[in-house]
Design a protein around this ligand. Structure first.
Ligand SMILES: [Fe+2]
Length: 298
């Protein structure tokens, strides 16, 4: 029998089981130890971790980035785009880096409703903040775990069909949110996110949450520190709730709200009928008492 690999383990699970929808448990593990295990690709670990993720477990990888990296990411991103207009560009060949203030109204036009200030970076541009080297160092580990070649998609352009996109996000106080959704999973099996703000220090409120099999909310940020990374199967239901509900949003203040880093391999807009995620707003009936806190009060 040939040796079990991440690729063969995922193929096997995807053949046998439906894609996961509900979150099961959150595990906190040290990033360095986790990384070593991923690289070792020991059969026991391969079986255990793939099955755990495919059953809806979510992993918080502690200390994947330094706090300093995240602080710099936040201030450098904000100042780099400060005097540039808010724009939108499809993922087509030649697409520049850009930022977009997605207010409550604009956010209604996306495949899931949202309100956030997003800053987008692509590897074919000049990498003005030198993000790709440190981020790819971590992303390669995650790509390996997803059964991909660690450097998969790195040199792709939109014409190639799938591109890596770094998105830095500021969720403004009170109104910043992302409704419950399921993410695209065809090219990147996991959501892969870096935490840039700390609950109780930088913001108050729920922020990132998951939905379990009873349609209850799992508040995820209580034990998260700046620099941690979260991974989970992309189809597991999750969302972002508004923070600082009693504070007015200020899009021009770097310290307002909650910051977040998303690393995703997306199907580009060069592809017709591209594979995207979908909203769950109409599809699930959240039972939690926290339900009213998942959306902004308008
Ligand atoms: Fe997501």
């Amino acid at each position: 029998m040939s040796k079990i690999t991440y690729k063969s383990a995922w193929d096997d699970l995807e053949k046998k089981l439906p894609y996961p929808k509900k979150a099961r448990k959150i595990y906190s593990v040290d990033y360095k130890e986790f990384k070593q295990k991923v690289l070792d690709e020991n059969p026991d670990f391969v079986k255990k971790i793939t099955s755990s993720l495919f059953n809806g477990d979510v992993y918080i990888l502690k200390g994947a980035y330094t706090k300093e990296f995240m602080q710099n990411l936040k201030s450098n991103t904000f100042s780099h785009f400060k005097n540039k207009p808010s724009e939108f560009h499809k993922m087509l060949d030649g697409c520049p880096d850009f930022h977009r203030k997605i207010d409550l109204e604009t956010g209604n036009n996306y495949s899931f409703k949202m309100c956030k200030h997003s800053f987008y970076f692509y590897s074919w541009n000049k990498d003005p903040l030198n993000l790709f080297k440190p981020i790819y160092e971590r992303w390669r580990v995650i790509k390996k775990l997803m059964g991909l070649k660690p450097t998969e998609y790195e040199n792709n352009k939109p014409k190639d069909g799938v591109v890596d996109r770094i998105q830095v996000v500021q969720y403004p106080s009170k109104i910043g949110y992302l409704e419950p959704h399921s993410d695209p999973f065809k090219y990147q099996k996991f959501f892969f996110s870096g935490f840039m703000s700390k609950k109780g220090v930088d913001f108050d409120g729920i922020g990132f949450y998951l939905i379990d099999q009873n349609d209850e909310i799992i508040v995820a940020e209580d034990n998260i520190d700046v620099g941690d990374v979260g991974i989970g199967f992309a189809t597991v239901h999750h969302g972002v709730a508004p923070v600082n509900r009693n504070k007015e949003p200020n899009w021009d203040d770097v310290n307002d709200g909650r910051w977040f880093l998303s690393m995703y391999s997306n199907e580009s807009d060069e592809v017709k009928n591209r594979h995207t995620g979908y909203s769950l707003a109409e599809k699930i009936n959240i039972k939690s008492k926290l339900k009213t806190q998942l959306y902004p009060e308008i």
